[in-house]
Design a protein around this ligand. Structure first.
Ligand code: NAP
Length: 287
């Protein structure tokens, strides 16, 4: 029941109508008996700083930040966690003295999701499709969690080159190898973990895929698509048709939320609570 002691958390972004974050956080709050509500806040362009300062003044406990404000929001924070600063994107604000501290739980969320699915990064040779905001964070994750090589394939080669130079410098090793997307045939003749980090195949373009050639999928033992709408992407279908294992990005979304919830409330979420939130997300997706 909402009463005088109810704490508020929320999401700022534009658009926010299709968010599944309320399903995650309100489920966790109910299960944990926390007097907390989580709501979406639509923030118009140019209003991010006002929104963050206003939220602090209104005693809002914590916020998530989504597209298109993950970089811009850093200017309105009193502190940014080292990892988030390295990635250059913040998706979680935690209330501290005088303002909010920014974190990036997207990348750690993906890592936790992969651990749960039994997908390993350490010692792997990885094909990473894309060089946008999400792929950039994944490149940091792979480089920092012991990947041997990451072939970063992107439509715009310059963007992959930029990310590779930055990440390689940060980790002090030549791990990220930038390549043009159309050069996938030049990949070494090996078996790879492939992480799909482009926006190709996102609903309503369910039938689209960034590489359609079946020969490419013969080289993939496991495919991880960051997209979760549709639940079974064309990329995942092609991986499975070639005999590999495939996962979507819904658990990444779940765990970025869980890590944020843990930061706000200083608790640890159990597997059972995580599973309950996951079921609510699927329900919200109409599955
Ligand atoms: P972004 O910064 O806009 O990057 C888009 C990427 O897709 C770029 O690498 C871009 O290549 C590539 N791309 C777009 N259209 C293409 C096309 N027609 N052919 C080939 N490549 C194309 O987006 P983002 O924020 O990184 O997000 C990428 C995806 O990850 C989205 O679908 C998003 O939903 C998903 N995501 C999921 C989660 C989760 O929690 N599961 C979290 C974050 C993001 P160029 O550089 O050549 O333009």
């Amino acid at each position: 029941m909402i009463d005088g002691k109810t704490r508020t958390c929320g999401l700022i972004g534009n658009p926010v109508e299709h968010t599944m974050s309320p399903a995650i956080h309100n489920t966790l709050a109910t299960r944990r008996g926390h007097n907390l509500v989580y709501v979406p806040f639509l923030v118009e362009e140019g209003q991010v700083d006002t929104a963050v300062k206003g939220a602090y003044a209104l005693n809002v406990l914590g916020m998530n930040v989504t597209v298109p404000y993950k970089s811009e929001v850093t200017k309105s924070l009193v502190e940014v966690d080292e990892l988030a600063a390295q990635i250059g994107a913040v998706n979680t604000l935690v209330r501290v003295a005088d303002g909010y501290k920014g974190y990036n739980t997207d990348m750690l969320g993906l890592y936790r999701a992969m651990l749960e699915d039994g997908v390993q990064i350490e010692g792997e040779e990885i094909v990473l499709l894309g060089a946008g905001g999400a792929a950039r964070a994944v490149a940091y994750l792979c480089a920092s969690k012991g990947a041997v090589k990451v072939y970063m394939l992107n439509r715009t080669l310059e963007k992959a080159q930029e990310v590779a130079a930055e990440v390689n410098q940060a980790v002090g090793k030549e791990i990220i190898v930038p390549m043009l997307l159309t050069d996938y045939e030049k990949l070494p003749d090996k078996q790879f973990l492939a992480i799909q980090g482009t926006s190709v195949g996102l609903a309503p373009h369910d039938d689209e895929v960034v590489i359609a050639d079946e020969a490419f999928y013969q080289k993939i033992h496991t495919g991880y698509d960051l997209i979760y709408r549709p639940f079974n992407t064309r990329f995942m279908q092609l991986v499975k048709e070639a005999g590999g294992e495939a996962y979507n990005g819904l658990k990444m979304l779940l765990y970025q939320g869980i890590i944020a919830y843990e930061l706000w409330n200083e608790v640890e979420i159990t597997k059972e609570d995580a599973q309950a939130a996951y079921e609510k997300m699927k329900e919200a997706m109409g599955l």
